[in-house]
Write a protein that binds this ligand. Sequence first.
Ligand code: ADP
Ligand code: ADP
Length: 788
Amino acid sequence: PRSAMDHQPKFFENLSGTGKAIGVLTSGGDAQGMNAAVRAVVRMGIYVKAKVYFVYEGYQGMVDGGDNIVEVSWESVSSILQVGGTVIGSARCKSFRTREGRLQAAYNLVQRGITNLCVIGGDGSLTGANLFREEWSGLLEELAQKGKIDEEAVKKYAYLNIVGMVGSIDNDFCGTDMTIGTDSALHRIIEVVDAIMTTAQRVGIKAVFGCTFQVSQFSFFLSNCFSIIPVAALRASDCRGCISFRGRLLFLNMFSVFLRHTLLEKIQTHFESYKLVVQRLGFDTRVTILGHVQRGGTPSAFDRILASRMGVEAVLALLEATPATPACVVSLSGNQAVRLPLMECVQMTQEVQKAMDEGRFVEAVRLRGRSFENNLNTYKLLSHKKPDAELPKTNFNVAVLNVGAPAAGMNAAVRAAVRVGITEGHKMFAVIDGFEGFARGKIKEISWGDVGGWTGQGGSILGTKRTLPAKYLEKIADQMRTNNINALMVIGGFEAYLGLLELSAAREKYDEFCVPMVMVPATVSNNVPGSDFSIGADTALNTITDTCDRIKQSASGTKRRVFIIETMGGYCGYLANMGALAAGADAAYIFEEQFDIRELQKMGKHLSFSSCKDIQYLIVNLLTVSGRNCYRNENCNENYTTDFIYQLYSEEGKGVFDCRKNVLGHMQQGGAPSPFDRNFGTKISAKAMQWISKKLKETYRKGKVFANTDDSVCLLGMRRRNLVFQPVAELKNETDFVHRIPKEQWWLKLRPLMKILAKYKTSYDVSDSGQLEHVAMHSPKEAETGAI
Ligand code: ADP
Ligand code: ADP
């Protein structure tokens, strides 16, 4: 990781794919988002002037050759971004496991001059790819000996470059925080769980779910489920724990080899486990098996963005590969794209499998990586209340409040804060309606059970207001004193940040504010300084993406139509930019990248060109415009509004395309939180509360908490791959207060990506890529990441 100082932009214009041929295949089990990855590889490949080939049906197509390996064009991957599964097919292939099969595959590749392979699949597929690479020169020699290729070809195609992307809904691959497909599978799971919860509460039944192992591991933060991992599955002690969890859900992973090794060897079928649960728990139990639902449906916004980023990264890795670089996997650590040696990841992944097969479950969990272990611990902490007698007692009172506009995931954050606080021995207080409610004395104690079931609920149950504390300082201080509040936890957006700045500025006057205060960012706009992500933004992105999919579909009977979509975000173009990336838009106009009439005209040309293509279908063009009128400000260009662009395009496009506009508005703030927001909200908030406990201890002297240093008012944010506490005072320098955005925004770097995928010439700073890391080095840091 380099500092901003020695940041040397490295642009990819210098990387050329001329003369290179890249083959892309999907192999093993399919996963949502694979198409987005294929699309990105194809377009990036063509963009850098390489030839790109589809290899249909995984390795089977490579062995069979013929029509199974075909060169593709830019349009070959049109309109697949939103499609689940894989359009190029995926298969298990026995013959590729034999040298004979691989020899045939090598022959088929050499014939087409393909020496770069991008494999999207699980650890099996990647192991196969690596083996293929190792054998490559031997295979070519054998082909030459057999007279199938000449010596020149052996020399010319001497090296095979391999890059892998992990596509798997199981998230079972070491070295990656998220595999392509996991987030979408979680979407499917929570859809079902949220639906079942309503009936479960009515009848008071337990539902037992069969879902794949790793997914169930990641489901800890769903609703108020009682979720058991197979390791612990059905141990008597856990069953006893269940008794107090009436009406809750129980997650089981029936397919896991774990079950063979638990105390209950006889469990082999869902039915038997079901009977067992009934027997042990003595409750009315119903079973729902999720099965292939988890693999289905459209990819989530997260998966589309992840896959698009990784696809582009994969092509870069292929272009930069030398005979000396090992085969690598591109993946995501925190919010950072990394390259890891393929075999290190595969070996570690196989060790996990081995540990599981041998019944060493604790070790399996440890080997899977620290973030995974953290997830598990956080889940356990939040779902089981220890008996009061076992809880410590601190005599500290901690208040939690929501500030700003509602954002999905806020309630999950409140739940985690309250429960962690109680576990740490504090008395927890809930403030209703933000700072305004606080001033009015709307504060009450909140218990473990009060926040049950909050994880899956949208909006803000506590109530949230934008009001800043400055004009109520006196009254808020009064409330802090009367309720003896020793620490504050604020969950909110830009106003929460401003609010904490105001409170810390008031410390000289009011001793009451000399207590630890922390905020976690929660806003759909993702415009809070100090964090790459904020709670709620992912849910909003999914809303935007879903809506764009529908809009695209609505036009399937219409030719040549341009859609202009306005998103929320104030001056912050995050939603517009990422929404555009996830929906496959042609452009995203945002405040951060000034545009003028020339820019719009260029776009108009681009549109009329693409519509001149002789196509039978529609032209779907999604123009995403950030809602720039939300906050009127003289510095902002208030003339280029959605209406203006709409009118301009309607006029300019006469006879070529017609134009429609959609203002998405407040639907972006509503809805049930996405898995990402539940997970992120839970984890970041749990961590913030642990920080509060630590600060309380540090600043408690002579019967009183007294904290007046800058580092006692912090914002907890995700930065690249770490969760970091940053004094709000220090964040001031990083803030553009006029436009309410951070001065530097990481996602601006992804803008070129969207443009590349929409066929624009652009420049892309790739200085962050290209460092090959090691799994071991990578793992310890995971402890700090949100591991999303
Ligand atoms: P995607 O959203 O999958 O990336 P493209 O970027 O390939 O789609 O779309 C390229 C251009 O073709 C865009 O201007 C888009 O609006 C238009 N387009 C999209 N789908 C179709 C289709 N089925 N037929 C013709 N043109 C399409
Ligand atoms: P996944 O990639 O999802 O783990 P599999 O383990 O079934 O799925 O692997 C998919 C395909 O990859 C197999 O059908 C086979 O063709 C190939 N493959 C897997 N392991 C190897 C291996 N050790 N050697 C050669 N090919 C392999």
